[in-house]
Design a protein around this ligand. Sequence first.
Ligand code: SF4
Length: 423
Amino acid sequence: MTEYTPMRLPRRRSVAVQVGHVMVGGDAPVVVQSMTNTDTADADATVAQVAALARAGSELVRITVDREEAAMAVPRIRERLDRIGVNVPLIGDFHYNGHKLLADFPACAEALAKYRINPGNVGFKGKRDTQFSQIIDIALRHDKPVRIGVNWGSLDQELLTRLMDENAVSANPISAAAVMREAIIQSGLLSAARAEELGMRRDRIILSAKVSQVQDLIAVYADLASRCDYALHLGLTEAGMGTKGIVASSASMGILLQQGIGDTIRVSLTPEPGGDRSREVQVAQELLQVMGFRAFVPVVAACPGCGRTTSTVFQELAGDIQDHIRDSMPEWREKYPGVENLNVAVMGCIVNGPGESKFADIGISLPGTGETPTAPVFIDGEKVATLRGPNIASEFKTMVLDYIERRFGRGARAVPEIRTSAD
Ligand code: SF4
């Protein structure tokens, strides 16, 4: 049996922050979060999407709070989520008028588990410090943590200009890109220091410094991580659509996570029109899972296929099992504790099939082109059955479900040898 062992790579030491019932940083596992793209004023749509994100496994969900109608909807959204048993903490995303919305709608301030403040657009010129202080005061009154979230697209221009000017007269000037990165980092650190001066404890502050280029993100976070012990929220902003967004986010965050940097992650994918918002949760989970840091869903290993197997049976079977597992996970998390540690293998021919299948908890090696039309099934490294005939796929699927029931179901016991009529 393959036991899942989380990777114990050294993690950067960070101060743990409690966000609702979820711990971020310290010794807590890296937390997956996401953000809605509904109009928050549309409570029906927002409740539905938050619930879908939470069911997909998002442990925190951020919602936009951009105007009065949205702020008014927040407590209703919270109540309705609680009524349907979705207790995921909600984070309010504020820009420009956050100080006013939080002050005018205390029920909104109370319903949220954390406030995200962007120091680049909390207010301008003389108003910036005042409005920043107002948000921190409200957070202190409601005993809420904050994320100070710098974004290069809305970077504090006064700070950037000052650093550029200083660099221009420096004896050892650095590149404009390096000045930009320094401005992003300083914006976060100065704002966090200001929040502390105003009375916010370090265990109530999370920092982020998002940029849209992979190499910049790695450089910014590596530097930021070495200069503070605040819990860090990782994310590549404007990662993009489809595979580009997935690859860019995975490459940048994977490198940082490998270095022990990052306490919570969000994968900012641009969905296809009408696409499933939960995809960003799936990608974040898979990133953490393939790197061995956390387990969220059973893994289905499948070979890529090649000229040795021209039938599509193994692709269909692997896809079918994977879809079934993912669709079933919201229910299985309760019903089969530990099922996320399961490994299933679906292999296309005898070359790697038996070897990979033996390594999995349960695996099948389908017949390749010209091979005897039989499919050995392995459980916990032992061959337990050989399937034949037209129903190989459905029989194997039944065996997987049976295995899950016996290993992870109530009253689970040691898995006995399985015999099928095909033996
Ligand atoms: S297991 Fe067989 S079918 Fe699959 S990639 Fe390897 S050689 Fe090709």
